[in-house]
Design a protein around this ligand. Sequence first.
Ligand code: PXG
Length: 290
Amino acid sequence: MKIYIDGKFHNKEDAKISVFDHGLLYGDGVFEGIRAYNGRVFRLREHIVRLFDSAKAIMLSIPLTMTEVEEVVLETCRQNNLSDAYIRLVVTRGIGDLGLNPIKCPKATIFCIATGITIYPDAVYEQGLKLITAATQRISQNSLSSAIKSLNYLNQILVRLEGNLAGADELIVLNHEGYVAECSADNIFVLRGNKLTTPPISAGALGGITRQTVMELAPQIGMLINETNLTRYDLWTADEIFLTGTAVEVVPVRELDGRVIGSGKIGPCTRKFIDAYRNLTRCSGTTIFN
Ligand code: PXG
């Protein structure tokens, strides 16, 4: 495995980051999880734009242009001869002293890892996931914007730990007002009648690339998606719920907090989105090998 760090490729054993890197010391940095299908990186530009937006929000200057960062991602796939990949792109504040002030960190660290993907079993997509609502709330927007894909994932990890204890596949995260934000690492869509809704980013969600893609696919499926605040009641009484994320794509939910969602089986609307998303990922994206 060849891993990119600051302009060079290293073998896995030699791919090392300083213990003085503020990404490690303080979670001071941003990242992306990206996928490649059939020799093409899916929605590469969108991921890079989100990375630069996250970096701008934390006043982290990335010492490469967007096109150069895109090339880093593509070259990492090439070096590892991967046509289908899960790609982790990380930009940290870089090396500083033990104080937390970023002013002491002269240059960002950039690294990129590309691995083969672990595909979720087919049963997950047929039977759906079992969810609970987390007791841990989303951090307030006034403290840390959920739109920033930062290296501070302790909020999401505390949520996921609750899932491990309860034997749940994923968890609903509520904001401080009690509205649904998203899941620990996925966005959420809720169907009731012919209305398909997803919480707005302002409710505490990440602006997911898969979420955005699903919203763009909706018209061809004959659906329109509204961004609306949702409560747990709205979810318990939904006809269908599905989650979206780069890793999981589009996945149905069969149960939430002990309530069976809809028929308890994958619904027709969810199935259409799963198929439409799969079709799109397999026929679009930025070519890796020219
Ligand atoms: N919300 C959060 C908090 C996320 O971290 C998503 C939504 C979905 O966004 P995309 O752009 O992927 O549609 C994410 C995705 C994993 C994993 O192992 C997933 C994410 C981050 C780290 C790990 O599944 N992010």
